[in-house]
Design a protein around this ligand. Structure first.
Ligand SMILES: NC(=O)c1ccc[n+]([C@@H]2O[C@H](COP(=O)([O-])OP(=O)(O)OC[C@H]3O[C@@H](n4cnc5c(N)ncnc54)[C@H](O)[C@@H]3O)[C@@H](O)[C@H]2O)c1
Length: 255
């Protein structure tokens, strides 16, 4: 147990999870807390449910409101986190949206909204947290939420803005990993396949029925199945893992 604790334990660490009010972010926030971290959940409208869940289990957590596309709001919450927690060791850059629309019918406003949240939002968060880590000489790490859609083109729905945003996240991750390796800051991305969350639940049944035969496992992943991969990336066990994209997709991208 001591061996595993040394490799994967997050006691004494402070971890930010963006978009942690529900879905994958909520489950990862809980996972970080169970591994010993104090968790700060950032969301646009509050994340009381996630905080309560963690506190009920004896963990440490609080939530702050911020839109990840708004640089000023991000700087304000980071200053607040610095006051309350002293530092940030881990960022799980998770907030994101998806719009299913073919390119000829999608508006430029819709393209911009997806790129703004999924790519620019992750850039704003990573930059602000990276700056704090460098100033405080913290050898922390950042996990950017990508997707298998950053590597393949999903069918039958069209979602060029989402796919492009996630491909951007994978290369942003590699770029930051190179830029900050000298500071001891690791930057990796996570690329899940279809995961059962409110985001995927919102899609029409016809589409879900079309996805099932395309999934080698014939079922969506449980968000809990992502927790061990994220804990690995966030933990001392991953000391030499940086610039990597970790696919957890039930073999979807194998064909
Ligand atoms: N569910 C899947 O199948 C799947 C697969 C691969 C990747 N992902 C990615 O995982 C992440 C989480 O997805 P999910 O399925 O849990 O979706 P979700 O819709 O349940 O959660 C997304 C969260 O992000 C928040 N958010 C959106 N815009 C924001 C903004 N501007 N500022 C702050 N918070 C904002 C939402 O309020 C929500 O809480 C997303 O980046 C998504 O692209 C999801």
């Amino acid at each position: 147990m001591q061996y595993l604790e040394k490799l994967f334990g997050l006691t004494g660490k402070t971890a930010i999870v963006t978009g942690g009010g529900r879905g994958i972010g909520q489950v990862i926030a809980h996972g970080f807390a169970r591994a010993g971290a104090e968790v700060v959940i950032l969301s646009r409208s509050g994340a009381q449910e996630t905080v309560d869940k963690i506190l009920r289990d004896g963990g440490k957590a609080y939530d702050l409101k911020a839109d990840v596309t708004d640089e000023k709001q991000v700087d304000t919450v980071l200053a607040e986190i610095e006051k309350r927690s002293g530092k940030v060791d881990i960022l799980f850059n998770n907030a994101g949206i998806c719009i299913h629309k073919d390119t000829l019918n999608a508006s430029i406003a819709e393209w911009r909204e997806v790129i703004d949240i999924n790519l620019t939002g992750e850039y704003i968060m990573a930059r602000a947290v990276g700056r704090m880590m460098i100033e405080k000489e913290i050898r922390g790490n950042i996990i950017n939420m990508a997707s298998m859609s950053g590597t393949i083109v999903n069918i039958p729905q069209w979602q060029a803005s989402y796919n492009a945003s996630k491909a951007g996240v994978i290369h942003l991750t590699k770029s930051l990993a190179m830029e900050w390796a000298g500071y001891g800051i690791r930057v990796n991305s996570l690329s899940p396949g279809y995961i059962a969350t409110p985001m995927s639940a919102d899609v029409e049944q016809e589409l879900k029925d079309a996805w099932t035969p395309l999934m080698p496992t014939h079922e969506m992943g449980d968000p809990e199945a992502l927790v061990p991969a994220v804990l690995y990336l966030a933990s001392p066990a991953a000391t030499y893992t940086t610039g990597s994209d970790v696919l957890v997709d039930g073999a979807y991208t194998c064909f």
